[in-house]
Design a protein around this ligand. Structure first.
Ligand SMILES: Nc1ccn([C@@H]2O[C@H](COP(=O)(O)OP(=O)(O)OP(=O)(O)O)[C@@H](O)[C@H]2O)c(=O)n1
Ligand SMILES: C[C@](O)(CO)[C@H](O)COP(=O)(O)O
Length: 266
């Protein structure tokens, strides 16, 4: 479908989707929630991080395309910066996106957790599988997205893509006062640690329950499911699914994109 004929994200209708049996996740349709409402303070001054350009295209559009590239994803819900929903709708209307995916835009909240919850609240009922993907991970390959969906469809309540660590990690005691040292209290066995990426995939009912139950601040959605006492399954992540957090990450992302364009003959 051309950009001109694709329905506006505001016009996308939940009724357009067929009902999937709640108990059968093997063929369940997946929706991706993309929290994109962060400021990007660690990236430095400028527009909200998701709206900053990567290879001339907003980072958010890369992230949306990464989700929509999967045939398993039939709805993408973008959680926009609170005052940026109109701009995000306009971006989705004016960039080429796969025709098999519908789009919704909702305003975000004060924290990532709150933004994800708002995205969940906007989901039409027929989606039994939900991915949560950071706008700040614009270059995740489609194979990683598909692996996460497959693992949820096979019955895991929660799935995270993860990679081994290159650095040794130390646990420290917080400094007693600013400028004071942070003594090391432990060195976890590196071979048992993983750096966790997104998209994280969930049985929808489980993720909704996790967000209703866990109210304290956490840094990812899977940890909320862990707190329910459920098992979170790990699938292989990908080095290109890194999070753009600091300025150097943007340099790396530009390089990865340039390499892809070279390989694709653009
Ligand atoms: N209130 C918030 C905060 C974060 N996010 C999203 O959560 C993802 C991961 O967060 P992070 O990389 O920490 O982004 P920021 O919060 O923007 O970064 P910073 O902490 O540097 O400001 C990002 O896609 C970000 O847009 C969100 O939707 N709503
Ligand atoms: C969800 C996440 O990307 C998993 O690694 C990460 O925890 C987000 O952390 P942030 O501090 O909100 O960037």
């Amino acid at each position: 479908m051309s950009d001109e004929s694709r329905p506006s994200p505001t016009e996308t209708s939940a009724a357009a989707h067929a009902e999937a049996p709640a108990a059968d996740r093997t063929r369940a349709r997946a929706a991706a929630v993309i929290p994109a409402a962060g400021r990007g303070v660690r990236l430095g001054p400028g527009a909200p991080k998701a709206l900053r350009a990567l290879g001339g295209t907003p980072m958010l559009i890369h992230a949306v395309r990464a989700m929509a590239a999967s045939r398993g994803v039939s709805l993408v819900v973008v959680v926009a910066p609170p005052d940026g929903a109109a701009e995000v709708k306009n971006l989705l209307d004016t960039h080429a996106l796969p025709e098999w995916t519908d789009f919704l835009v909702v305003p975000g909240g004060e924290s990532r957790q709150e933004s994800v919850r708002r995205g969940l609240d906007a989901l039409p009922p027929e989606y039994a599988v939900v991915l949560v993907h950071d706008a700040a991970r614009p270059l995740v390959p489609v194979d990683t997205v598909d692996a996460v969906i497959d693992a949820v469809r096979e019955g895991a309540p929660a799935v995270v893509p993860a990679v081994p660590l290159a650095d040794t990690v130390k646990q420290v005691e917080p400094a007693a006062a600013p400028g004071e040292p942070e003594p090391v209290v432990a060195t976890p066995e590196r071979a048992r640690l993983r750096a966790v990426q997104t998209p994280q995939g969930f049985d929808r009912a489980t993720l909704v329950r996790a967000h209703e139950t866990v109210t304290d601040d956490v840094t990812d959605d899977a940890s909320m499911v862990e707190r329910l006492g459920l098992t979170v399954v790990v699938v292989p992540g990908h080095e290109e699914a890194f999070k753009v957090t600091r300025p150097l990450d943007l340099v790396l992302a530009e390089a990865v994109l340039a390499r892809r364009r070279l390989n694709d003959g653009f």
